[in-house]
Design a protein around this ligand. Structure first.
Ligand code: SAH
Length: 197
C-alpha cells in the first residue's frame, strides 16, 4: 500500500463519524439555548482535556495526512495492522450510529441531565452502558493502527484514555443520583464498554 493509504482511509472514516454526530450536536445547542438543561457537570480538568483532545484526535491526524511536517516520526507497519485498524474503526462507526439512534434525545456532549431525560436500557444499551465512549475508543485505537507515525498515531489514545477514565465514574454517579435503583440494577446486568451478554 502507498505510505499514506491508511491515513486517507482514516480521514474518510473520521469524516463519516463526525457526520453522524453533527445533527445531534446541533440539536443539543438548540436545546441549550432554550434553557432546557437542568443539570450540568463539566469539570475544569475535563474541559482542559477536551481542548487537548482536539489536538490529539483532530489536528494531528490531519496534519499527518496532508503535510510532511510529522515525517520525522514516521515508521513502517505491515498492511494487516492498517486493515485491523480499518475494521476497528468500521465497528466504531456502526456502534456510534446505533448508540445515537438508541439514546436519541438523551444524548449530550458533556455530563448533563435534561428535563425530559429517560433511562435508556434497550438496543446496544442492553449490553453496554457506554457504547458511544466505546465507539470513540475504537476510533483512537484505529488511529494508532492506521497512522504509522509516533506523533499522530498514539496521540488519540493518549488524550482520550484520561478523558474516559475521568468521565465514566462521574457519569455513573450522576445517573445513580438521577435514576437510583433503576440504574443500579442496569449496572449489574451490563458492562461498561465490553458487552455483558
Ligand atoms: N455514556 C453513554 C452516553 C454518552 S452521552 C455512551 O457512551 O453511550 C452522555 C450523556 O448521556 C450523559 O450526560 C447522560 O445524561 C446520558 N446518558 C448516559 N447513559 C444513559 C442511559 N443509559 N440512558 C439515558 N441517558 C444516558
Amino acid at each position: 500500500m502507498p505510505s499514506k493509504f491508511f491515513a486517507y482511509l482514516f480521514i474518510v472514516l473520521f469524516v463519516i463519524m463526525e457526520g453522524i454526530r453533527l445533527p445531534h450536536r446541533a440539536r443539543v445547542s438548540r436545546s441549550r439555548r432554550a434553557g432546557q438543561m437542568t443539570e450540568t457537570r463539566v469539570a475544569g480538568l475535563e474541559s482542559a482535556l477536551m481542548s487537548l483532545s482536539f489536538v490529539g484526535m483532530y489536528a494531528l491526524p490531519f496534519v499527518y495526512a496532508f503535510s510532511d511536517w510529522l515525517s520525522f516520526a514516521d515508521f513502517r507497519l505491515p498492511d494487516w495492522v492498517g486493515w485491523l485498524g480499518t475494521v476497528a474503526f468500521g465497528l466504531g462507526v456502526w456502534l456510534l450510529w446505533r448508540a445515537h439512534r438508541d439514546l436519541g434525545r438523551n444524548w449530550s456532549p458533556s455530563l448533563e441531565i435534561s428535563q425530559e431525560q429517560k433511562l435508556v436500557t434497550s438496543g446496544v444499551y442492553r449490553a453496554i452502558r457506554h457504547p458511544i465512549y466505546a465507539a470513540v475508543m475504537l476510533s483512537v485505537i484505529a488511529q494508532a493502527l492506521m497512522l504509522s507515525n509516533w506523533m499522530a498515531g498514539p496521540a488519540g489514545l493518549a488524550v482520550y484514555l484520561p478523558i474516559y477514565l475521568l468521565r465514566v465514574p462521574r457519569e455513573e454517579a450522576m445517573m445513580l443520583e438521577t435514576f437510583g435503583g433503576d440504574y443500579r440494577e442496569y449496572m449489574a446486568r451490563t458492562g461498561r464498554i465490553f458487552p455483558r451478554l
